[in-house]
Write a protein that binds this ligand. Structure first.
Ligand SMILES: NC(=O)c1ccc[n+]([C@@H]2O[C@H](COP(=O)([O-])OP(=O)(O)OC[C@H]3O[C@@H](n4cnc5c(N)ncnc54)[C@H](O)[C@@H]3O)[C@@H](O)[C@H]2O)c1
Length: 356
């Protein structure tokens, strides 16, 4: 089996490649990265030392795929994964679309040419921001909590969001490039008969993640807290009540392995994949966890909301569990512990993984 990973030196790409190296030793694993993500360069030699072939390549360049030999499966983890991609001062809207959507087209053309299956890593950010902002939530002391007393919402419950939840715009430029990528991937699947699995992932977290305030929040918060860097609760009254679930990349890898090895024609190919309702935490709760681990450090409040931020984003894994008997094995506390251990071993991690 030959596996090709785009964005292989990113957090998720390198974690998946390493997991497959260890758990599927007969697989030939290779990948490309354009090293645009600060810190990704560090993974190049680590992956090579594990017998994984890493080349420089940019998914935006169709010609970068020309000389690639045939593979059986492609895992697409190359992206600008920030919800602020294209609207912050770092990248233009065109650049975000080139990385996240035009890159998918080149990848689909490659899959078509070599008849490879595709695992597309999509995101919980394909879901409608106004619909997410309108979820029935109670303002509990330290976190937003689901309000069971109100009428049910289509595609959402205390268990999280299902794939039935609204994807109406606005979903952010990032979310819309992923949603458009999903549509194209399904279209190519039907037109050219190669297998496609789409995993809409919630927050993925673990040691070695390049964290910023906009992306990789668990890693960013723990590393910043450990170094007593200034931290701020932004929006939602500046209270830190916003909630996310957390998933370890090794759990995602186990799911992808099942998808690659799936032998029947599946009825559905799009799944929500996350830590789920048993693995959630608000920023305020994360601060309390950090205080126990690293001692006291104050967090400022900035009530003005951040663009595209939402109060509660939790994935309902119901469909994924029903199809694959898959559920996350790593709980959020063990993931936080792993990140904290890494932060203590790498006190300059945020400098290494932040933009120059
Ligand atoms: N980390 C999460 O919480 C999360 C959640 C949902 C979905 N995802 C998706 O998972 C994927 C991986 O995310 P991540 O957290 O590992 O991000 P990351 O930034 O750590 O990794 C992305 C990698 O892709 C590379 N890259 C970017 N543009 C490229 C291009 N044009 N050509 C080649 N390489 C390019 C970067 O250099 C980087 O190494 C993304 O598609 C992201 O949207 C991530």
């Amino acid at each position: 089996m030959k596996l090709f990973v785009t964005g292989i030196c990113g957090f998720v790409g390198s974690s998946l490649a390493s997991w497959f190296r260890e758990h599927r030793p007969s697989f030939k694993i290779s990948g490309i990265d354009n090293f645009v993500r600060p810190g990704s360069e560090m993974n190049r030699s680590i992956l090579r030392s594990r017998g994984i072939a890493v080349q420089h390549g940019d998914v935006r360049n169709a010609s970068d795929f020309e000389n690639l030999s045939a593979v059986d499966w492609v895992i697409d983890t190359a992206a600008n994964p920030s919800v602020l991609a294209g609207v912050d001062s770092r990248t233009s809207s065109r650049q975000a679309i080139e990385h996240n959507l035009f890159g998918t087209v080149n990848l689909l053309e490659y899959c078509k040419r070599v008849d490879a299956g595709l695992i597309l890593l999509s995101t919980s950010r394909v879901y409608s921001i106004p619909a997410l902002a309108g979820l029935p939530l109670i303002k509990a002391k330290h976190a937003f909590e689901w309000d069971n007393t109100v009428t049910p919402v289509q595609g959402a419950s205390a268990n999280g969001l299902t794939t039935e939840f609204s994807t109406s715009a606005p979903v952010s430029l990032y979310g819309s490039t992923k949603l458009a990528s999903e549509f194209l991937a399904l279209e190519y699947k039907h037109s050219f008969s190669f297998p496609v699995w789409i995993n809409r992932c919630g927050v993925i977290a673990g040691a070695g993640q390049f964290g910023t305030a906009e992306q990789g929040i668990f890693s960013y918060w723990i590393n910043a807290y450990a170094q007593k860097h200034p931290l701020k609760y932004i929006g939602f009254d500046g209270s830190g009540r916003q909630v996310r679930d957390g998933l370890h990349p090794n759990d995602l890898a186990e799911l992808i392995a099942q998808q690659i090895e799936y032998s029947q024609a599946p009825a559905v190919t799009t799944f929500n994949v996350g830590g789920g309702s048993g693995n959630t935490m608000s920023l305020a709760q994360l601060t309390s966890w950090c205080a126990e681990r690293f001692g006291k450090h104050s967090v400022e409040s900035e009530p003005t909301p951040r663009l595209f931020d939402v109060p509660w984003l939790v994935m309902d894994n119901g469909r994924t569990t029903a199809q694959f008997n898959w559920r996350p094995k790593r709980d959020l506390l063990s993931i936080l512990d792993e990140i904290a251990n890494h932060a203590q071993r790498n006190p300059n991690w945020l400098d290494l993984s932040s933009a120059p």
